[in-house]
Design a protein around this ligand. Structure first.
Ligand code: NAP
Length: 249
């Protein structure tokens, strides 16, 4: 129970990778605030699963791209659980299209949730972490933020931004007992990837040395490690959890 007594906030914690992040933190002993924007039933189910493990959880609605909504979310979490010691910026969306067909709205929507949303929560979480002189922030980026991807200029740019945000925040907060790291998942089995055609799937598998897609639990294990005492001297890093996809890249 390495995280006993800690309070965690996971954005987009209702489903996909986010749910697994919440469950893994709860198994470590943390009380978890499960954020969602539209999927209330899924968030309630995540909280129920945590309670089934004997843990403590609340759900809290906020669209992370909206700063006022994030302020209200942090106030609600502080009032019920206390100020978060751990922040997992996981909320993310895709609006894929080739550059010529990508609308400015699709570009800014993706940047708004994936990058600006992460900034909003990081900013709001860091004050209390600085005061406590302890904090762990893990931002969920993507391998495409490292290597790019045709049809995902908006998403790749947002994730490259998340990586730069991670390194800048890590430098600012390093002397205050707060670590900031990013995880760059490869292709993980969630709603985000189920819609891919067999042809695209085959092509993707060809680029993965381990020849399989990852599971949300692969990401959660890495995140819990980065939140643990054993990771105290690790900050500003990008950990690719991708079956070997980007090694040496
Ligand atoms: P997913 O199954 O589509 O889930 C996305 C999550 O983000 C949902 O919980 C959703 O909650 C939340 N979300 C979306 N917009 C939000 C907003 N405006 N405010 C708050 N929450 C919002 O995706 P996933 O695969 O689990 O992805 C989780 C993270 O991993 C994302 O950052 C994604 O970019 C990253 N990632 C995924 C993969 C992959 O292969 N799956 C690879 C690399 C990186 P609501 O339904 O309540 O809106």
């Amino acid at each position: 129970m390495e995280l006993e007594g800690k309070i965690a906030l996971v954005t987009g914690g209702g489903r996909g990778i986010g749910r697994e992040l919440c469950l893994a933190l709860a198994r470590g002993g943390a009380a978890v605030a499960v954020n969602y924007s539209g999927s209330e039933a899924a968030a309630l189910e995540t909280a129920r699963l945590i309670e089934g493990l004997g843990g403590r959880a609340i759900t809290v609605r906020a669209d992370v791209s909206d700063f006022a909504a994030c302020e209200a979310m942090f106030a609600a979490v502080e009032e019920t659980l206390g100020a978060p010691d751990i922040l997992l910026n996981n909320a993310g969306i895709t609006r894929d299209n080739l550059l010529l067909r990508m609308s400015p709205q699709d570009f800014s929507d993706v940047l708004g949730v994936n990058l600006t949303g992460a900034f909003h929560c990081l900013k709001l979480a860091s004050r209390a972490m600085i005061k406590k002189r302890w904090g762990r922030i893990v931002n969920i980026a993507s391998v495409v933020g490292l290597i790019g991807n045709a049809g995902q200029a908006n998403y790749a740019a947002s994730k490259a931004g998340v990586i730069a945000l991670t390194k800048s925040a890590a430098r600012e907060l390093a002397g205050r007992g707060v670590t900031v790291n990013a995880i760059a998942p490869g292709f993980i089995e969630t709603d985000m990837t189920t819609g891919l055609s067999d042809a695209v799937r085959e092509q993707m598998l060809g680029g993965i040395p381990q020849k399989r897609l990852g599971a949300p639990s692969d990401i959660a294990a890495a995140a819990v490690f980065l939140c643990s005492g054993g990771a105290a001297y690790i900050t500003g890093q990008v950990l690719a959890v991708d079956g070997g996809m980007t090694m040496g890249g």
